[in-house]
Design a protein. Structure first.
Ligand code: PSU
Ligand code: MN
Length: 294
């Protein structure tokens, strides 16, 4: 079912560390042409740490773990690339379509491919004011063994609600050198987290002990706060107008998150884009360090 890039095939044969990377951030999270540049730079960052990048996507009905250069270009530039969550995978494959994978779908495929570490920007979560709009990311992370490095959940979400759901699902959250849960664009979402880790080797130790204790059915979230956060006043203004714009435009379902991210990028005149890029680069570096530590 799964096809591997040349680089990932070699890494698997040699037992080298591999880091899974998500593709929805490329197709639906970042504007063109920056998206392709960032996708390439992120892969380079993983390599520079001694690990191998495996960007995951579906192309013409086939699942790829690791993309060749021309495939990455297609994910970044083709208008027909849809956003696929776990429930869409079999349908996209059966119909021969092409899709970028969300955190949920990427985690699922990475786990099938035997990859333990995954870097993304921000997780999906519970949406504000919509009781039943909860990202399938949470459901997938509740049943998939993977270490996911992110900058918390997007501040466009109901952060308190999302943290409660993570607790319900028994998904551990580790603050990387912090006790404050990060808010994607913001270093601190205003909510604290109990467990703090200081190094990739500490995370590797927890990963291994979880296995011994048979508490390893879920993902582990490593929350890595952005260093140079978005201007707080600008952030809060855009958040308020963006949520109102989404409601009045009747945006629903899987369009909500891309709509809000695009609203931030266009309204903040590059500021949210700068932060988003910093986040994904820092998370990929940390994920590569963790993969090496494992
Ligand atoms: N992080 C980013 N940009 C993104 C996303 C995460 O920096 O575009 C994507 C991920 O693919 C995540 C998805 O899984 O947003 C969540 O969408 P939803 O709320 O529809 O589940
Ligand atoms: Mn949703």
């Amino acid at each position: 079912m799964i096809k591997y890039s040349k680089e990932v095939t070699a890494a698997k044969n040699q037992g080298r560390p591999i880091v899974a990377l998500e593709s929805t951030i490329i197709s639906h999270g970042l504007p063109r042409p920056t998206n392709l540049d960032v996708a390439n730079e992120v892969e380079e960052i993983v390599r520079s740490q001694g690990a191998v990048p495996a960007t995951i996507a579906i192309i013409d009905g086939e699942i790829f773990v690791g993309l060749e250069a021309d495939q990455l270009v297609r994910i970044a530039n083709d208008d027909n690339i849809v956003k696929a969550s776990t429930r869409d995978l079999a349908i996209i494959c059966a119909t021969g379509k092409s899709a970028a994978t969300t955190v949920a779908a990427t985690s699922h495929i990475a786990n099938l491919a035997g990859i333990d570490v995954f870097a993304t920007g921000g997780l999906g979560g519970v949406h504000r004011g919509h009781q039943y709009d909860e990202s399938a990311d949470l459901i997938e992370l509740a049943k998939t063994k993977i270490i996911i490095v992110c900058a918390g959940v997007k501040s466009i979400l109901d952060v308190a609600g999302t943290l409660e759901r993570l607790e319900t699902f028994a998904i551990p959250v580790l603050g990387y050198k912090t006790n404050n849960f990060p808010g994607f664009y913001l270093t601190d979402s205003g909510f604290s987290i109990e467990h703090r880790v200081e190094s990739p080797s500490e995370i590797a130790k927890i990963w291994n002990l979880r296995h011994n204790l048979n508490t390893d059915d879920t993902a582990i979230i490593v929350a890595n706060p952005v260093k140079n956060q978005m201007d707080l006043k600008l952030h809060n203004e855009i958040l308020e107008t963006g949520l109102a714009a989404a409601t009045s435009a009747h945006i629903t379902g899987k369009e909500v998150t891309p709509f809000l991210l695009e609203y931030f990028h266009s309204t903040s005149k590059g500021e949210s884009l700068r932060v988003n890029i910093e986040i994904i680069k820092a998370n990929s570096k940390l994920a590569a360090e963790i993969a090496c530590a494992l």
